[in-house]
Ligand binder design. Structure first.
Ligand SMILES: Cc1cc2nc3c(=O)[nH]c(=O)nc-3n(C[C@H](O)[C@H](O)[C@H](O)COP(=O)(O)O)c2cc1C
Length: 549
């Protein structure tokens, strides 16, 4: 057992000292998960009332930090969406301010402003539950032309880097991206369930970054073995003096950007000492009058902080290459990504197109899945509504052979597990039951019509308790994988002329019961829907960065 794991860290919650052994971390994580389930008879605890006029500021700023304006260059980026999926097809861009600007512009950057009556809100390339955007992006740069060495915060609304710290680092050019969450942004609206949404949003942001890097011909390496404390310190998030007015941020993950396609030396961590660096800037207050506090979010956050353990053995099936012949501009697909608010409820999807879309969810060593060097632990279950030549009903796509066996044991014994006609041999898609399931999907998705009116909807079953026993922090990782799957679905839907929407609001156990699942071996962590969208022409769309055009 890892020594850091058994170290007792005292923290206070409602006056009680809490021990942080893996067993109690696991118990707290499972208890959090259980109590934040939405149930038909009651939703997870959240605010009774919301004052929309005092919504937290969607943009974190660091007052007093020097700013570096990033160029906007996505319009000029020629890479096609299809080419992103073929390693070596996109020539790597030189590392510099313009390419760093592009990386952010196409991942965490704004994609549009929307206006309806007196209301105006920004959309970003990465989606977010409730458009609340709890995910913040950081950059650690070493020896990059045009950028002083140090740590920067990305401020999406102005497309600038705020220099948080200056530090003389080593001479070899290196770049890292860190992600963090501001829990309060989500908790303000969603109460206790918000921690789940922050993790899903992190997964989406990870996917958005991986696609953007691929459009530049770059790779991303998700660093394992970096402890929460270390990352918190590198990103300057443990500097309480800089957050005395602003809400706390919680470090999530660190990515190394690899621009040399032949690089073999990957996985090294930044080598600077945050303690001896000079830090600048004070975090702004996002919500001056918080009306609630949800201590259970602090508890689950503490229980799921990584001590910096290195990976588990990886088992990935060898799938044949997937050819995506899309010549559409990658930057266009990425920036046009939106969540559908309504679907037409009648269009049909061609069966081969459905299979092709699902094929994108299989883990292969190409973008975006090459950033996820873990065994696939999430397995989508589909509510098929309108796919030509495919009986409406429940279908499953186990993303590993082991999971398929386990799911066959645990799911309802009456499921037929038959392979649909014309389904490619390598695609592990099985029909569980044939039946119209529009109403069911809608009810399970907190009665949202988008789950019934699309072409199909899905829930993502995660391998759960057994995989968390020795490493409760992987609770976050399960959600990141779900968010990554969601990001693939969003972009593949756009590329196919369709539209997706993430569904964080669903009745957990109603879905489990439908599948005959009891216990904690598998839990559904995220739902999604894809269809032909109806757009609301009353809402105006304005440019993302009018001030810089
Ligand atoms: C984790 C997550 C959960 C979401 N849950 C829902 C949902 O339950 N219902 C819904 O209509 N939209 C949902 N959305 C879509 C968001 O509302 C949408 O991403 C946000 O408003 C930003 O709009 P955009 O995706 O068009 O940029 C979800 C998105 C994410 C990332």
């Amino acid at each position: 057992m890892d020594s850091q794991r058994v170290q007792r860290i005292e923290h206070r919650s409602e006056g009680l000292a809490i021990d942080n052994t893996p067993a109690s971390d696991l118990a707290r994580t499972l208890a959090y998960h259980e109590r934040t389930k939405h149930r038909l008879e009651r939703y997870a605890a959240g605010p009774d009332t919301l004052d929309w006029s005092s919504q937290p500021d969607p943009f974190r700023r660091f007052a007093g930090a020097p700013r570096v304006t990033l160029p906007l260059a996505a319009d000029r980026l020629a890479s096609s969406y299809g080419a992103l999926h073929e390693p070596g097809r996109v020539a790597p861009q030189a590392l510099g301010l313009e390419s760093i600007g592009l990386l952010f512009e196409l991942s965490l950057g704004l994609s549009a402003w929307k206006e309806y009556g007196p209301d105006r809100w920004a959309l970003r390339c990465n989606p977010s539950s409730g458009n609340l955007h709890p995910t913040e992006g950081y950059l650690i740069s070493q020896a990059i032309a045009g950028l002083q060495d140090g740590v920067y915060h990305y401020l999406s609304c102005d497309h600038v880097l705020e220099q948080r710290c200056r530090s003389e680092l080593e001479t070899r050019p290196r770049l890292f991206i860190g992600l963090s969450s501001v829990h309060w942004r989500e908790a303000w609206k969603y109460g206790e369930r918000a921690f789940r949404y922050c993790q899903l949003d992190t997964g989406h942001a990870l996917g958005a970054l991986r696609y953007a890097a691929a459009a530049l011909g770059w790779r991303l390496h998700l660093l394992e073995g970096v402890s929460f404390r270390q990352l918190q310190s590198w990103l300057g998030l443990d500097r309480s003096e800089d957050f005395s007015a602003g809400e706390h941020e919680e470090a999530e993950l660190l990515l190394e950007v690899i621009t040399d396609p032949l690089a073999t030396q990957v996985g090294e961590t930044p080598d600077f000492d945050p303690q001896s660096a000079i830090w600048r800037g004070k975090a702004n207050r996002l919500d001056p009058h918080p009306m609630y506090h949800w201590p259970v979010i602090d508890e689950v956050a503490a229980a799921t902080r990584t001590p910096g353990e290195k990976g588990e053995p990886v088992m990935i099936e060898d799938y044949p290459p997937r050819v995506r012949p899309s010549s559409l501009q990658a930057s266009a697909i990425i920036r046009q990504r939106r969540s559908a608010q309504r679907f037409d409820g009648r269009s049909q999807l061609n069966r081969q197109d459905f299979f092709h879309l699902l094929d994108a969810l299989l883990p292969r060593p190409v973008p975006p899945w090459d950033v996820w060097r873990f065994s696939p632990r999430l397995h989508p279950v589909f509510f098929v509504h309108r796919v030509d030549g495919l009986a409406p009903g429940l279908y499953i796509l186990p993303r590993s052979a082991n999971a398929k066996e386990r799911l066959r044991e645990l799911l309802r014994g009456t499921f037929n597990w038959s392979k649909p006609q014309d389904c490619p041999d390598h695609l592990p898609l099985f029909q569980l039951a044939a039946a119209g399931c529009g109403q069911l999907a809608r009810t399970i998705s907190c009665h949202q019509a988008i789950a019934a009116d699309g072409l199909f909807a899905l829930g993502m079953l995660a391998e759960f308790e057994d995989t968390l026993t020795t490493a409760p922090w992987r609770y976050r990782q399960r959600y990141w994988e779900a968010g990554l799957l969601g990001q693939v679905l969003y972009l593949e839907a756009e590329a196919a002329g369709l539209r997706g929407t993430g569904i964080g609001c669903y009745f957990d156990d109603v879905f489990h019961e439908l599948l005959g699942l009891s216990g904690n071996a598998f839990q559904s962590l995220y739902h999604f829907t894809v269809g032909v969208p109806l757009t609301d022409s009353r809402i105006l769309t304005l440019p993302a960065y009018p001030q810089q055009q």
